[in-house]
Design a protein around this ligand. Structure first.
Ligand code: SAM
Ligand code: SF4
Length: 325
């Protein structure tokens, strides 16, 4: 069984948001004062498991747990252990801000988690505090070391670069990745949700500008490395340097993914509002797997061809934390 949309794209990658809550308030992701979903509206861990089982039966091979901050969800390690037992699921991945990784990395590894991405936008402690509003750099760095010590391979850093806030750290971030043998991807900020910290257009820097900076220092070799995601990779030494360029290098033609939000809405595209309320179906018709499967198959017909982001406008009112970034 494979899931495909009306443009012939095969969908085999699901990003599942375990919570919209977060212990950070990154300036490009959230407003300072956020309202989160009432708990009853968030999928239970059992519902998350049912959904993953159903999606895997439909042909999903790779699942990434995300949020909000997935590691602040109680029971996350046990969920990882249960999801890893689903026959047909080839890769179980997680994206985290790293704040709880120091304590959870060994248990996540034992539970079977395959790979981890950790967000890291700066190596300066004061800046880290300013960008995340509530986070501590030293905790994230300790979490990265714990993940390494626990045996995770190909740990990837995700950095959102803002022109006037951390663009002067590009070389430091790459040096750090090379030294620690991490991969690193630079992400162009997307206009998701109304933020109150800055005008997105004033802080925008494109992947091409980032590459220009890095090319002055390193010879970037085109790499055919792929994780099946939107990153295009270059190689320096053993590390893969990725660029996720939703504005400057549209990757929709090869889109293989869908998202499920913390409240159980199936999102067919990060940059469009189409969604299907899977939680409502599960709660109204418990145990009716065929009904759930048919609804998902039908929804694929609504997957749009592409997104059209405009950095000058917030077209999508949901924030990245509710989207499941
Ligand atoms: N809390 C976890 C973390 O920060 O890694 C997982 C969720 S977070 C929404 C996933 C990724 O989305 C992070 O790497 C974050 O930097 C990125 N992100 C958040 N808001 C974004 C935006 N408006 N544009 C581009 N990337 C964004
Ligand atoms: Fe939280 Fe991740 Fe958003 Fe930062 S990017 S506020 S860590 S969800």
């Amino acid at each position: 069984m494979t899931l495909s949309d009306s443009f012939g794209r095969q969908i085999d990658y699901l990003r599942l948001s375990l919570t919209d809550r977060c212990d950070f308030r990154c300036v490009y992701c959230m407003a300072e004062d956020m309202e989160f979903l009432p708990r009853a509206q968030v999928l239970s861990l059992e519902e998350c498991e049912t959904l993953v089982e159903t999606f895997v039966q439909l042909g999903i091979k790779k699942v990434r747990l995300t949020g909000g901050e997935p590691l602040i969800r109680n029971g996350v390690v046990d969920l990882v252990r249960r999801l890893k037992q689903i026959p047909g699921l080839e890769e179980l991945l997680l994206t985290t801000n790293g704040s709880r990784l120091e304590e959870l990395a060994p248990a996540l590894k034992t539970a079977g988690l395959d790979r981890i991405n950790v967000s890291l936008d700066t190596l300066d402690a004061d800046r880290f505090k300013a960008l995340s509003r509530t986070g501590k750099l030293e905790k994230v760095l300790a979490g990265l070391q714990a993940a390494k010590a626990a045996g995770f391979k190909r740990i990837k850093l995700n950095s959102v670069i803002l022109k006037n806030r951390n663009a002067d750290e590009l070389e430091n971030l790459v040096e750090f990745a090379l030294q620690e043998r991490f991969d690193i991807s630079f992400i162009e900020a997307m206009p998701l949700g109304h933020i109150d910290d800055h005008q997105r257009s004033e802080e925008f820097i494109s992947s091409a500008d980032i590459q220009d900076v890095l090319q002055k220092r390193w010879q970037l070799k085109d790499s055919n490395y792929s994780t099946g995601g939107p990153s295009r990779y270059w190689q320096i030494n053993d590390s893969q340097i990725g660029f996720i360029s939703p504005h400057s290098d549209n990757f929709c033609a090869s889109c293989n993914r869908i998202r499920v939000t913390a409240e159980g809405r199936l999102l067919l595209c990060l940059g469009n509002e189409h969604s299907l309320d899977l939680k409502a179906i599960m709660r109204r018709y418990p145990g009716e797997t065929e009904r759930l499967k048919n609804s998902i198959i039908d929804a694929m017909g609504n997957k749009p061809e592409r997104h059209h982001f405009d950095i000058n406008e917030t077209q999508i009112v949901r924030f990245m934390n509710t989207t499941g970034g």
